[in-house]
Design a protein around this ligand. Structure first.
Ligand code: BG6
Length: 516
């Protein structure tokens, strides 16, 4: 397949001096195989991401796509489904020619993931594509199925000799959740690494593909200004929020077994924490960056049952008003057992016990059906030692706060204190802001576009390594266990609100939650 298309934003980008460097180099010839090809993730995220890469000319010149799922259907029917999904979920309105070129060769293999015949057919199609390409094709197997199939698929790929290929790279991309406990994660790692080498494995955490998450590293390590302050001597506390206004939608069967801690804190939020706290890597290679992240995770003490009530809060949403309508509580949602003890909100106070951070609290909170969608990291500096401007007319003076907004309104804002114009020495906080959208005049690619490209290019920097994922579980596992043994401790919060009052008890004196 060869797809070329102009970018709709090309003129504005060309006029913008900051657009230099936005181009991406196409990855080598690749066959991408999606297991779970008709599922939600494939429809909402993967296929639209592939379309947008095609639109930008960022797919390999020789690119082949195979979908595998249980239901029997013809290649053409699967292509029509792909087209529908792309039209519905793409961030851009699809261009007919690009879409046609992307989908014309797509193949579909029906069957269950433990059936040998599925892998025999896959083998045959891959050989056929390779013949068509007249050169060795890299292979990327994307596991977008229910997590219970990850181990089976990996075993089968090994058994059917698809895990290696002469003169080409074979990679496996594994979706989250990577296990539901430390023990499961270890077992899955063991199974995956019995078939693939760690360098072939790409564990997805889609937050790492977000531009603004990557920008945290640029912000910290490419500016001389902040890093000297980035430690326990100057920083009072750090607050990381991942609030959502949506409920659990139609995902009760997954969500009720997971809960907020496992769904968002164990992966995305601990990754954000790593980005805030890691030491500068020697270079931005996958190994160096991940070594530094693992060190941070290892410096977070495993919570003991005595500490957990003091450092962790969970709650469920009750009915309320969100997104302009009345919404039911979690226990009234379709598919949720009426006595469920799954949390839809979780907040933690963690510490990173190392030279740089000892004693600084890191407050993490996430929840469904909160006041609005907001993901941000707020770093609050220590107050000045003496404030000589306390006369009347000064307004709400607070210590400096640096806020990295991951979404929406991606950007960085720094609160400063400034004099209010006039004859009195009165002061108030003001903000200095950098906004991604208005500075770069370009729409950021979706996280999955970046991650699929990187996996095809063989760059694992933005993927989680085996020891990293296990270190994340080591922190969360004791809390999951403690919560399941104390079901009576569940708090509530009204849908559309700021979350449960109980979250206040995590805060040290003088600290406060930012408004969502
Ligand atoms: C997923 C969770 O990993 O992240 C979802 O399973 C959550 O429950 C989603 O809604 C949030 O992602 P984003 O990119 O919308 O912040």
């Amino acid at each position: 397949m060869a797809v070329a298309a102009g970018r709709p934003t090309a003129r504005t980008e060309a006029e913008n001096p900051l657009s230099e460097g936005l181009e991406r180099l196409p990855p080598p010839p690749t066959a991408l195989v999606i297991f779970g090809a008709t599922g939600d993730l494939a429809r909402r995220k993967l296929l639209p991401a592939l379309y947008n890469l095609a639109h930008d000319g960022a797919l390999p010149e020789r690119f082949f796509l195979i979908g595998i799922a249980r239901k029997e259907k013809a290649h053409e029917d699967y292509r029509a489904e792909c087209e529908q999904a792309i039209r519905r979920f793409s961030r851009r309105k699809p261009d007919d020619d690009v879409l046609k070129a992307l989908l014309e060769d797509v193949k579909y293999v029906p069957g269950t993931f433990d059936e040998d015949s599925v892998y025999a057919e896959l083998h045959r199609l891959l050989d056929e594509f390779e013949e068509q390409a007249s050169e060795p094709l890299n292979r990327a197997f994307y596991l977008a199925t229910d997590p219970s199939f990850f181990g089976v698929i990996v075993d089968e790929l090994g058994r059917s000799k698809l895990a290696q290929h002469m003169h080409a790279e074979v990679r496996v991309i594994i979706e989250k959740p990577f296990g539901t406990s430390l023990e499961e994660a270890r077992e899955l790692n063991r199974r995956v690494l019995a078939v693939f080498d760690e360098t072939q494995v790409y564990r997805i955490d889609h937050y790492l593909g977000k531009e603004t998450v990557q920008n945290m590293m640029a912000f910290r390590f490419a500016n001389g200004m902040f890093e000297p302050l980035w430690n326990r001597n100057f920083i009072d506390y750090v607050q990381i929020t991942a609030a959502e206004d949506i409920g659990i939608e139609s995902r009760a069967s997954y969500y009720d077994k997971s809960g907020a801690l496992r769904d968002l804190i164990q992966n995305h939020m601990l990754q954000l924490l790593c980005h805030v706290t890691m030491e500068p890597p020697v270079s931005f290679t996958a190994e160096e960056v991940r070594n530094e992240k693992v060190k941070v995770l290892q410096a977070i003490p495993e919570p003991t049952p005595e500490e957990i009530p003091e450092m962790a809060v969970r709650a469920q949403y009750a009915k309320g008003h969100a997104g302009g309508e009345d919404v039911p509580g979690y226990l009234e949602e379709e598919g949720v057992p009426p006595d469920s003890i799954t949390e839809t909100y979780a907040a933690l106070r963690l510490e990173v016990d190392n030279w740089r951070w000892a004693g600084v609290p890191f407050y993490l909170r996430t929840g469904k059906r909160l006041a609005r969608k907001l993901t941000e990291v707020a770093v609050t500096l220590k107050p000045v030692p003496h404030l000589a401007f306390s006369q009347a007319g000064s307004l709400g003076v607070q210590p400096n706060q640096l806020v990295l907004t991951i979404q929406p309104n991606e950007g960085v804002s720094l609160s400063l204190v400034a004099k209010i114009p006039g004859t009195r020495m009165a002061i108030r906080p003001v903000n200095m802001e950098f906004l991604y959208g208005t500075s770069f005049l370009s729409q950021s690619p979706e996280a999955y576009e970046r991650l699929i490209t990187d996996a095809m290019r063989g760059d694992a920097t933005l993927f989680t390594r085996n020891d990293e994922v296990e270190a994340q579980w080591r922190i969360c596992d004791p809390i999951v266990r403690f919560w399941s043994s104390t079901p009576e401790e569940m708090a509530n919060y009204e849908s559309g609100s700021q979350g449960p009052e109980e979250a206040e008890r995590l805060l040290r004196e003088g600290h406060r939650w930012r408004a969502i």
